[in-house]
Design a protein around this ligand. Structure first.
Ligand code: AMP
Ligand code: MG
Length: 408
C-alpha cells in the first residue's frame, strides 16, 4: 500500500497537458491566464486631473503670496470625457473635474476646496507647483508593458484591471470536463421516499457543491445501481467525453464493488489503489490516455476527504494553478489527538481565531459519520505514529477553501 505523499506524486506525474481557450472576462473569474498579457494602452491614457479644481499654469503662481496674490481669470470648464482642445491663455485658469483631460498650457490643479474666488478670478496666495494634482499619461503602465504574467489567477480586481485596458477577453487554461458518478443499490435521491434498506445519497450533492464552489458544472451527474452492465456502458462513453471521471462508492473489496474491474476492462490503467490512510483507504486512481479517473470510497467522510486532498488539487493543477493544494498552516492543537500507528489520518477540525487561536478536532470522526462535516473547515494532518499529539503542540493543518469564513 502506498503513502499519502506517494499518491500525490503519482497524481502529479499523470497530470495531462493543459488546454487553453479564450473566454469573456465575465466568465474568467477563478481561471488562470495561460499567456502573458501586455497592455494595449498607456495608463493613464491622458494627462488628467486628480481633483475637482482649477487648472492653471504653475509658472504664473510662483511669486504668489498672501500680500501679493495672483489673480487668474476663470475661463470655462473641462468635464470628465471632454475632448476640448484649445489652451490656457495668460493669467487664465479653467474649472476642471476629476478625471478630465488637461488642455495645453495647464500643468497643475489647485483643489476646489483651497480656491478663493473673487469677481470671476481664482485668487492664488501660494505657489502651485508643476504637476500638482495631475495624473501623468503612462505613469502607471506603458503600452506593451507586461501587466499580467502567465499563471496569474483571475480575481475581481484582475477583471477590473483588464477592463481598464479595454480588453473583454482573456486567454486562460480550460476547466476540466468532469463526470460524477455515484454507485450503490442502496442509494436514493434526497426528496424521494425511502424504501426499507435504502439510504439517501449524500455524496452526489456534496461533491456537486464542492465543484460548484470551484465554478465547475459537471458535464454529467449519474446515480447508478451496482449493475456492471450499466456502469460499463456509462464509463465507456464518459471516458471519451470527460477529462476526469469521479466515481463514488464501489471501489472497495466487497462482492458488489465492481468499479475497479470495470475500469480495467475499459482500458483504464490503474496507477494506484489503496492508500495507507484514514478515512479513504481504498482510494483508486487510474488513467486512460489523457483521461483521469478517481474512485472515491463511498463513505461520505471518505468522499469528502479524498475529494479535497486528492481530486481538488488535481482539478486545480489541470486548470493551471501553481499552488493547487489546500493551503497549509501550523496551528496549536486545542485537544490532544491519538495518531494511528499504521495509517496517516485526516482529522476533520475547526480553526479557531482570536484569543483561542488554534485548531480543534471535531467529534464523530468515523468514515460513515457525516455530522462533523457541517462544522469542519480543515483537516489536522496526522502522520502515523505511536506518540500522542498533545494539546498545545503545533500541528499541520490543511484549510478547506471555505475555511476562515466561519471563524469567530
Ligand atoms: P462503498 O464504497 O460502495 O463500499 O460504500 C461504503 C459505504 O458508503 C456504505 O455504507 C455505503 O452505503 C455508503 N455510501 C456509498 N455511496 C454513498 C452515497 N452516494 N451517499 C451516501 N452514502 C454512500
Ligand atoms: Mg457500494
Amino acid at each position: 500500500m502506498i503513502t499519502f505523499e506517494q499518491a500525490l506524486k503519482l497524481i502529479e506525474a499523470n497530470n495531462p497537458p493543459p488546454g487553453e481557450e479564450m473566454v469573456l472576462i465575465s466568465a474568467a473569474l477563478g481561471l488562470v491566464c495561460s499567456e502573458d498579457v501586455r497592455s494595449p494602452l498607456d495608463l493613464p491614457l491622458y494627462d488628467n486631473s486628480a481633483m475637482d479644481g482649477f487648472l492653471l499654469r504653475s509658472k504664473e503662481t510662483l511669486a504668489a503670496t498672501a500680500e501679493n496674490p495672483v489673480l487668474l481669470s476663470i475661463q470655462g470648464v473641462i468635464k470628465a470625457g471632454d475632448d476640448k482642445g484649445g489652451s490656457l491663455g495668460r493669467r487664465e485658469a479653467c474649472r476642471i473635474m476629476t478625471g478630465a483631460t488637461l488642455i495645453k498650457g495647464g500643468d497643475a490643479v489647485l483643489e476646489k476646496e483651497k480656491a478663493v474666488i473673487q469677481n470671476g478670478c481664482v485668487v492664488i496666495t501660494t505657489p502651485v507647483p508643476r504637476g500638482k494634482n495631475v495624473r501623468v499619461r503612462a505613469e502607471e503602465i506603458k503600452k506593451l508593458d507586461r501587466v499580467l504574467p502567465k499563471g496569474s489567477v483571475v480575481n475581481p480586481g484582475t477583471i477590473g484591471f483588464v477592463a481598464t485596458m479595454g480588453m473583454n477577453t482573456l486567454k486562460v487554461y480550460k476547466k476540466p470536463a468532469i463526470t460524477l458518478i455515484a454507485t450503490g443499490n442502496e442509494l436514493t435521491a434526497p426528496g424521494s421516499p425511502l424504501r426499507a434498506g435504502k439510504i439517501y445519497d449524500s455524496n452526489t450533492a456534496m461533491i456537486q457543491a464542492a465543484l460548484e464552489e470551484m465554478r465547475i458544472r459537471p458535464i454529467l451527474v449519474r446515480r447508478l445501481k451496482d449493475a456492471p452492465k450499466t456502469i460499463q456502458k456509462v464509463l465507456r462513453f464518459e471516458l471519451k467525453e470527460s477529462d476526469m471521471v469521479i466515481l463514488m462508492g464501489g471501489v472497495s473489496v466487497g462482492d458488489y464493488d465492481f468499479v475497479k474491474g470495470l475500469l480495467e476492462e475499459e482500458g483504464v490503467k490503474t496507477i494506484f489503489w489503496k492508500v495507507s490512510q484514514k478515512p479513504g483507504k481504498p482510494l483508486y486512481f487510474g488513467r486512460k490516455n489523457n483521461h483521469l479517473v478517481f474512485g472515491l470510497p463511498g463513505n461520505p467522510a471518505s468522499v469528502f476527504t479524498c475529494f479535497y486532498e486528492y481530486v481538488y488539487p488535481a482539478i486545480r493543477r489541470f486548470m493551471g494553478y501553481k499552488r493547487p493544494y489546500l493551503s497549509s498552516s501550523l496551528l496549536e492543537l486545542k485537544q490532544s489527538l491519538k495518531p494511528d500507528p499504521e495509517k496517516f489520518l485526516f482529522v476533520k477540525s475547526k480553526i479557531q481565531n482570536g484569543e483561542t487561536q488554534g485548531v480543534m478536532p471535531l467529534k464523530h470522526q468515523q468514515s460513515h459519520m457525516i455530522s462533523s462535516l457541517c462544522e469542519a473547515d480543515s483537516f489536522v494532518v496526522v502522520p502515523n505514529s505511536d506518540a500522542l499529539l498533545r494539546e498545545g503542540e503545533k500541528v499541520l493543518v490543511h484549510s478547506l477553501p471555505f475555511a476562515w469564513e466561519g471563524v469567530l
